[in-house]
Design a protein around this ligand. Structure first.
Ligand SMILES: [Zn+2]
Length: 496
């Protein structure tokens, strides 16, 4: 068995067997490729994530036959035991949302809007979408201990509401049925990676898939780590390029908000189509260079899998902050930073951070995009939910001088999305169509990086499941995302 080993500190060696890798080419022939040798996560420097991972997966001993992953030590048993105790002592319990409900509060007048705004400012509810001047409803999460109080106050104010999700924990449990270990092992052996679009995957699977693509298609794909998150996870960008001189480029990202799982799933689906199914999508996608970051906020993303499914921000001050940890990365970009629709209070969901680009995730994105800004002609960032294609500005209810171009292309994309999957997407400028939000990546891409076509796409649905969109919606939703991306590819060609 081919094994890849890396030393972790002085005492521990982590070894993983490489998966043999054979794959069908597009003529249906089998070919042997370089074996898939996964890297243990976060090897350097050793940290609590590595040790938590070791505890979960590793067999400790000298023999690789013991299991799929072996942590082998030469002499320092006591160190690992101590670390094991330390990690198990700090491991966070998973937050349960048993009895929590998602309510849609209907708004019919300005007076009702004021009442809802006051409710949102209290700690009794957590707003899932912002309140716009023309909002006819707003979705709020209510924890069980506040449920009666909130409902009574709504009734006494003559506000009507619908219960969109009766029991949030039940919805979370049903959202993402995972394949069995045997099915995953079979998949990995057959394809060389663990990625599917039938369930939502952990960061390790997503990053393993990017590395596998770079290994399998070295002329087309390469992976670059453009920085690291607060907790040291890599920010991996996949470049897809036919290497044609003068090609325009498109930036695509996902997962800036941790709980919006459909976003990285859609972005990786798009990656799969632009690589393995490349030849079915015509010249437009092949004449564009793609820079794709599927998970902008890997700490938050892993935290939603491990601890709190509904976490939104990154994980700065994660050890001490409780609900007040984290920065809303989509309020942390340094263009009109700190204005309307963002907060300077760390406990708020839309906390903008201590300054523009205070967070390593946003500053890594900005440095990378600025280094390619002359080539990048479109900047597309995927969020959920609500089904919108939004263009700048988000900081105020105004539009850029070329908004007619942005609007025309967005409407074309919305039509393509409808044709692909049957969903209706609403088009407009962000602050006018939804609500003001300063410090967003889209405003920065337009205002600072001067990228012409800049869009935020809010994927499915319109609130029936909200952020907890069941995994059987991944393929239909992602097909719509791909349709939009193909329109943008055509349009950046036309700019030349
Ligand atoms: Zn979002």
């Amino acid at each position: 068995v081919l094994v890849t080993c890396q030393d972790v500190g002085q005492c521990i060696k982590v070894c993983l067997p490489c998966a043999p890798h054979r794959a069908d080419n597009r003529f249906g022939e089998q070919r042997a490729l370089a074996p898939f040798c996964p890297a243990p996560p976060y090897l350097s420097p050793p940290n609590t994530h590595l040790f938590a991972w070791l505890l979960k997966h590793a067999f400790i001993g000298e023999s690789y036959e013991a299991g799929p992953v072996v942590a082998r030590m030469s002499r320092c048993w006591s160190l690992l035991v101590l670390l094991a105790v330390a990690v198990s002592g700090t491991r966070e319990d998973k937050i349960t949302y048993q009895g929590a409900q998602l309510l849609r509060i209907n708004i019919t007048s300005e007076e009702e809007q004021d009442i809802v705004r006051a409710l949102e400012d209290s700690d009794d509810v957590e707003a899932w979408n912002g309140l716009a001047a023309n909002s006819t409803s707003v979705d709020v999460l209510v924890l069980p201990e506040n449920k009666d109080k909130v409902k009574e106050s709504l009734v006494s104010s003559n506000l009507t509401y619908d219960v969109l999700i009766q029991d949030m924990e039940a919805a979370i449990q049903e959202e993402n049925p995972m394949p069995s270990d045997e099915e995953i092992a079979e998949l990995e052996g057959r394809k060389g990676h663990r990625m599917t679009w039938q369930s939502y995957h952990r960061m390790q699977d997503v990053h393993g898939y990017l590395d596998w693509l770079a290994q399998s298609y070295p002329k087309l794909c390469s992976v670059q780590t453009i920085g690291n998150s607060v907790e040291g996870r890599p920010l991996k960008v996949l470049k897809i390029s036919s290497d044609k001189a003068g090609s325009p480029a498109i930036w695509v990202d996902g997962g800036i908000h941790a709980r919006e799982w459909i976003s990285p799933a859609t972005v990786t689906y798009i990656i799969n189509e632009l690589t393995e199914n490349r030849h079915t999508h015509g010249d437009a996608v092949q004449n564009v260079d793609w820079y794709i970051l599927p998970i902008v906020n890997p700490d938050g993303y892993e935290y939603t899998h491990r601890t709190d499914r509904l976490w939104r921000k990154n994980r700065s001050n994660g050890n001490s902050g409780g609900r007040c940890a984290g920065v809303d990365l989509n309020r942390n970009f340094a263009y009109k930073w700190g204005g309307a629709g963002s907060s300077h209070q760390p406990c708020k969901e839309i906390y903008a951070g201590s300054s523009g680009f205070s967070e390593p995730e946003t500053s890594a994105v900005s440095n990378f995009v600025l280094s390619k800004k002359d080539q990048i002609k479109a900047y597309v960032t995927f969020h959920s939910y609500g089904q919108y294609i939004l263009y700048p500005w988000g900081y105020d209810r105004v539009v850029p001088p070329d908004y007619k171009d942005l609007d025309r292309v967005a409407r074309k994309a919305a039509q393509a999305m409808y044709k692909a999957g049957g969903s209706t997407y609403t088009v407009g400028s962000a602050a006018t169509t939804l609500y003001a939000a300063s410090g967003g990546s889209d405003d920065w891409a337009k205002g600072s990086a001067k990228i012409k076509y800049t869009y935020t796409i809010e994927l499915r649905d319109r609130g029936y499941h909200g952020f907890v969109l069941p995994s059987n919606y991944i393929v239909p939703t992602a097909s719509e995302g791909l349709a939009a991306i193909k329109v943008f590819a055509q349009e950046v060609q036309a700019l030349k």
